[in-house]
Design a protein around this ligand. Structure first.
Ligand SMILES: [Ca+2]
Ligand SMILES: [Ca+2]
Ligand SMILES: [Ca+2]
Ligand SMILES: [Ca+2]
Length: 468
């Protein structure tokens, strides 16, 4: 009998005592607009208390290590939260993720299928609890613990592709047509050993993230605060997998990408909400390479958009040299139907773009789906300025809905203009000389050295800047 089932069979007060309840301060919820909590049920992840490891399996030459994290949820809303076990679909779906910050890049390094919740206990992690009399509801103010070993139970993990994270709606009976779980790593939070190996990861910082997806919470307008994160460190290799140790407090109601600006002073993030859908969060960090180029690093996290992302574009003014374009996604596993094919990049029409397959071609093309983060980067020979980047959407929206959304970001600024290029056409040539001579002896256009007179000095400057 596992802890959850044991505790569920006990009176509420006794169960809390047996759990040795850790405490956390109650945190008010926020609406999608950041104001006071909306009325209705409002689930959050109150704590990520523990981690389980399950060894590793070599897959295609990669050593894949398997983990699970515990999640204690809280209902910080004003109504009881439905918690009916499958085949009823009124329960939370709980995907788990892992991230790494290394050399200026904040990236996803692992994902699991999602735990389908069953039976709510009525505990007090987030404050006083108005307990429900049954496990079919999480009472107002109450918390419910899922240990890491429970969240790692393979039979309780459901495929992500069945989930609409924007509405929180999914089939009550999960994993229809899906293969059984592979030994050790199947369906669990899988991380390639190379992402963890201390010998290859000097200076890396790591974070776990868990999210509760729930239709009642979404309907109430309370779905933007459903992810929380917590740091971890990597220890010794034991029994086939690195030991991972949780560090610091769980940061409630924030996805892991929120850690990026806290650990990288060059980084900033911004939300991009898709009307009638969900939220993307896009981060950018720009650093001077010290050789006349700047590295532009982007991370785009899909919190709960069902339409998903199909492209990412950053404006690039003419004359900017873009090199070293890169892309990194996170591949699904354990039989999820999604393509792993990397997006392709291009520089054209004043944009650097990354694009994946079209929904019209295949509904299982590689898209930036909920609870995943993709990375994009390039070098440019100009320093940053504030720009609007754009996320192109994968699934078509209903009538009147946009096909892409903008998000505040940074991109290369325009190259400085040559003061001798008087007509601004990019070259110093006869047209510029004509302008200078026609204004000779006067001032204004043609006064290249800005001394108030158009004279021989300006002619010399123009001729010395003459385009080959
Ligand atoms: Ca919520
Ligand atoms: Ca891929
Ligand atoms: Ca010119
Ligand atoms: Ca002059």
């Amino acid at each position: 009998m596992n802890t959850k089932i044991l505790l569920a069979s006990l009176p509420v007060g006794l169960a809390s005592i047996l759990l040795g309840q850790f405490t956390a301060s109650a945190v008010p919820g926020t609406t999608d607009e950041g104001g006071a909590a909306a009325a209705g049920a409002d689930v959050i992840v109150g704590a990520i208390p523990n981690v389980s490891k399950y060894g590793s399996v070599v897959v295609g030459g990669r050593t894949v290590m398997a983990y699970a994290i515990g999640t204690t949820s809280c209902n910080i809303g004003t109504a009881q939260l439905e918690w009916f076990a499958s085949p009823d679909n009124r329960h939370p779906f709980i995907p788990m993720n892992a991230f790494r910050y290394r050399n200026g890049r904040f990236e996803q390094i692992g994902l699991s299928w999602g735990k389908h919740g069953f039976t709510a206990l009525q505990q007090t992690l987030c404050g006083s609890c108005q307990a429900s009399s049954t496990g079919n509801y999480l009472g107002i103010g109450c918390s419910d613990p899922y240990s890491s070993s429970l969240n790692g139970g393979q039979s309780g993990l459901g495929a992500r592709h069945e989930i609409n994270a924007a509405t929180g709606v999914f089939p009550g009976s999960y994993n229809s047509g899906m293969p059984g779980a592979a030994a050790t790593i199947g369906r669990r939070l899988q991380i390639d050993s190379a992402f963890l190996d201390p010998a290859q990861n000097s200076g890396s910082q790591y974070f776990f993230e868990a999210q509760y997806i729930h239709q009642q919470d979404a309907t109430a307008g309370n779905k933007m605060n459903n992810a929380s994160y917590r740091g971890f460190t990597v220890g010794a290799l034991m029994s086939g997998a690195y030991s991972l140790t949780l560090t610091g407090a769980t940061i409630q109601q924030k996805p892991a990408i929120e850690a990026w600006p806290l650990i990288d002073t060059n980084a900033s993030i911004a939300n991009a909400d898709v009307p009638n859908d969900g939220r993307f969060i896009a981060g950018v960090s720009v650093r001077n390479n010290g050789n006349g180029t700047w590295r532009y690093e982007y991370a785009v996290h899909n919190l709960n958009s069902d339409r998903a992302g199909r492209s990412f574009t950053v404006p690039v003014p003419s004359g900017v040299s873009v090199t070293n374009i890169g892309f990194k996604d996170i591949d699904y596993h354990s039989g999820e139907p999604f393509s792993p094919t990397d997006w392709t990049s291009s520089v054209a029409d004043g944009l650097v773009s990354w694009t994946g397959g079209a929904y019209a071609t295949s509904a299982t093309s590689n898209a930036l789906r909920f609870a995943t983060m993709y990375n994009f980067w390039f070098d440019a020979d100009q320093p940053p300025q504030v720009v609007q980047a754009a996320i192109g959407l994968f699934k078509p929206g209903s009538a009147g809905m946009p096909s892409s959304i903008n998000v505040a970001s940074k991109g290369p600024s325009a190259p400085p203009t040559n003061p001798a290029d008087l007509d601004g056409d990019g070259v110093v040539a006869a047209e510029d000389l004509t302008i200078l001579l026609s204004n000779w002896g006067g001032s204004g256009e043609g006064d290249i050295n800005s001394d108030g007179t158009i004279d021989a000095e300006d002619l010399t400057a123009l001729l010395s800047a003459w385009s080959a």
